[in-house]
Write a protein that binds this ligand. Structure first.
Ligand code: ZN
Length: 271
């Protein structure tokens, strides 16, 4: 049973190298930069972290001084129960379409977003930087965890993060953009793979009913940056069981355990 999988991985790696050669570049990173305008990483590789074992979530804060915030008092994800209901204030999304290229970092599937797409919240703009996926969901919404959770990561001009979380559940009203992404997922265990150039628009990764919870937390993975504003949608997108299985095969289990609320208030913007 092992041999076909090995051959598959080898072929996929060969394909990735050929693509790099085709672009006249010597590395996958250069290829990424030349085709998509995404900057090459100039800094040394970050300290490895994982969702289990010696580099698992309980150890993140001690793996590197850069990850010290992982031991902070305003960490995410949390259970959103007991939210204070307040009058609805709409979030405004101004997203452009973007080439669908997916990077498997080993811990996450990332869709980098090109400049020019914004979330406006309370009259303040946050630029969309990336979309990534967690399996299963991370936040507890109305007492349950979703099958998947999408994170749309934004930053304002000062570098402050705002993350929009979208729960995804198995259902019959399948989201067509999630279906397209599922069809083009990178092979399992192959890192740095980029899918074909097809466009997607992240606005179609948002639920129709845009009621949401808001609280102050952190990125849910190293460096666990605090002072991050969370907007967690109440209503889920739907996906079929086969596509969910595809995501899970590639993602594995990449959900951080719940973090202490430490007295933080959660607001529910429900119509
Ligand atoms: Zn995330």
């Amino acid at each position: 049973m092992g041999e076909p999988r090995v051959q598959c991985r080898t072929l996929a790696r060969l394909f990735s190298v050929l693509l790099s050669c085709y672009a006249g570049e010597s590395s996958a990173w250069s290829w990424r930069e030349s085709l998509f305008g995404i900057p090459e990483p100039r800094e040394p590789p970050p300290v490895p972290w994982a969702y289990s074992g010696d580099n698992g979530p309980d150890r993140w804060a001690s793996l590197s001084p850069k990850y010290a915030a992982c031991g902070g008092q305003q960490q995410s994800p949390i259970d959103l129960s007991g939210a204070t209901v307040v009058p609805f204030s709409p979030l405004s999304f101004h997203y452009r379409s973007n080439p669908l290229h997916i990077i498997n970092t080993g811990n996450q599937l990332l869709l980098h977003y090109q400049p020019g797409s914004y979330l406006i919240a309370n009259h303040h703009p946050y630029e969309l930087k990336e979309v990534h996926f967690h399996s299963p969901g991370e936040h507890v919404i109305r007492g349950t965890v979703a099958d998947l959770e999408l994170h749309l990561v934004h930053q304002d001009e000062r570098g402050r993060f705002a993350v929009v979380a979208v729960p995804v559940r198995v259902g019959i009203r399948r989201n067509s953009t999630l279906m397209r992404i599922a069809e083009r997922l990178p092979p399992v265990d192959l890192q740095g793979y980029y899918a074909r150039r097809r466009g997607i628009n992240a606005v179609f990764l948002l639920p129709v009913k845009k009621t949401y919870f808001r609280y102050l937390g952190s990125l849910t993975h190293p460096p666990c940056t605090e002072d991050t504003i969370w907007f967690v949608f109440d209503h889920p997108l739907e996906i079929d069981a086969g596509d969910l299985q595809r995501f899970r095969q590639v993602l594995g289990r990449n959900a951080r355990p719940l973090q202490p609320r430490n007295g933080r208030q959660v607001f529910a913007f429900l119509r």
